[in-house]
Design a protein around this ligand. Sequence first.
Ligand code: ZN
Ligand code: ZN
Length: 356
Amino acid sequence: MPEKISRLRQLFGPAGIDAFYITNPENRYYLSGFTGSTGALLVTREQSYMLTDFRYTAQAAMESPGYQVIEVSGTYAAVLFRLLKENCLFRLGLEGDHQTCNQYFNLSKVRAGVEIKPLSDQVEQLRMLKDESEIGLIEKAVSIADLSFAQILPLIKPGVTEQEIALQLEYTMRRMGADGPAFKIIVASGVRSALPHGVASAKTIAVGDLVTFDFGAVYQGYHSDITRTVVINSSNLRQKEIYKIVLEAQMNAIAAVKAGVCASDVDWAARSIIEKKGYGECFGHSTGHGLGLGIHENPSLAAKNDTILEPGMVVTIEPGIYIRNWGGVRIEDTVVVEDNGCRILTKTPKEKLLVL
Ligand code: ZN
Ligand code: ZN
């Protein structure tokens, strides 16, 4: 934690602030380890304060040893500006994307000469680079998703609803130690597989359906994210052909991942293959995204993102082809960027379209 705080303080100079008020729950957890639902951090060059209410003061003291815990009984704004005044600090950074209009208005009312600077993506930029322990937790979340999928495969058969499979998948992940699912589980069968985010519905699975599963586990706050597409009973030529193109695009993008490469180049490595085969219009989302304490983090592997990949970034690679009124295929793995390539964390096989 001290390492993360010192990286945060290095941002103060360039951002023109003397103190940073952290209110995004993921960022709060990242910088303090505090798991309660209410609280805010005030980090100055010298001090780290945890502001929370009576329900959480004992927990905060236990979970966040480097922080001075301050009990808030009135408004957070009053405590915040009292602390700034005591420390003679007049330039405060806020997480602009995580303050409501009302919160900002309330802060502005009592700021008494303090300059308030709404900032974006500051802690999120720090979170892009994962340390060994964070990578270990993501790896565990990935492995829970892999093992759970293997366990529920026998349930995937004609007549079963998408919702029933999603329920069993969630149950299995939790049995294996997950805090919960990373997001609402996607089980999209038949023509629904053309929906990139087809959350499990009451539709029953039928013979010949492509079925796309996109899901993940959360383990100690860290997320995994995997997509596999299977087919029921037997596959036809077109299904096999589309699967082959998506797989080639996905493997080409994985081969492109290494430190020093631009995020947009990884996107192009997947997109160029799909475009060349004539399905460019059927791949309307970006190739991947970072993940960690959030399911979608920086860097986005998008056509217009010029972030340079660095060792310790963890990203998904997930191209897809979606054809309206026919179906779709997506394949998604999670990888860790390394100096000379990447390490694939996802172990579920994908080499050919699995017939169940
Ligand atoms: Zn996914
Ligand atoms: Zn994803």
